[in-house]
Design a protein around this ligand. Structure first.
Ligand code: 5GP
Ligand code: ZN
Length: 137
């Protein structure tokens, strides 16, 4: 628990939230400023700043829970699709520095934009990058 962290307070119930699910590890809430109707956040009760801090066991449990919540949202909301988004760092759009997973239901014509312009690359560059990442695993 980090004293100045709003999601620590929400996850542990110190600040009330529209909770759709809770267990000993996670709280799932409705986003207060939803991208679309039913936008949910899965928040671990333990504080992790971002994905670099998250341990494998929590990550496994979290994604398993995400499959269950996604199916429930699909059935309850009748959405046409869903984006799973997770931001790390300001440049990537992270505004709350406590790890969380966005589940964003998508509807025909909802106007949400989560796409990017594909860039050119080449085999040489891809191979260099592939090796650099692989070395660090
Ligand atoms: P981020 O930009 O860090 O990936 O996402 C933070 C999300 O948390 C935003 O979508 C924002 O609307 C949501 N949020 C921020 N403060 C609160 C809050 O107090 N309650 C709820 N339910 N959502 C919040
Ligand atoms: Zn926190």
């Amino acid at each position: 628990m980090k004293d100045d962290c709003i999601f620590c307070k929400i996850a542990t119930g110190k600040i009330p939230s529209a909770t759709v699910y809770e267990d000993s590890h996670f709280r799932v809430i409705l986003d207060i400023n939803p991208a679309t109707k039913g936008h949910c956040l899965i928040i671990p009760k333990e504080h992790f700043d971002n994905i670099y801090d998250l341990d494998g066991e929590t990550a496994g449990k979290l994604f398993s829970l995400a499959t269950c919540i996604a199916r429930a949202m699909r059935d309850a909301l009748g959405c046409d699709g869903m984006n799973i988004v997770q931001n790390n760092g300001e440049i990537a759009g992270q505004t709350v520095l406590h790890f969380h997973l966005h589940l964003i239901p998508r509807y025909e014509g909802d106007g949400v934009q989560l796409t990017w312009k594909p860039n050119e690359s080449n085999e040489e560059e891809l191979e260099e990058i592939r090796k650099a990442i692989r070395k660090e695993i």
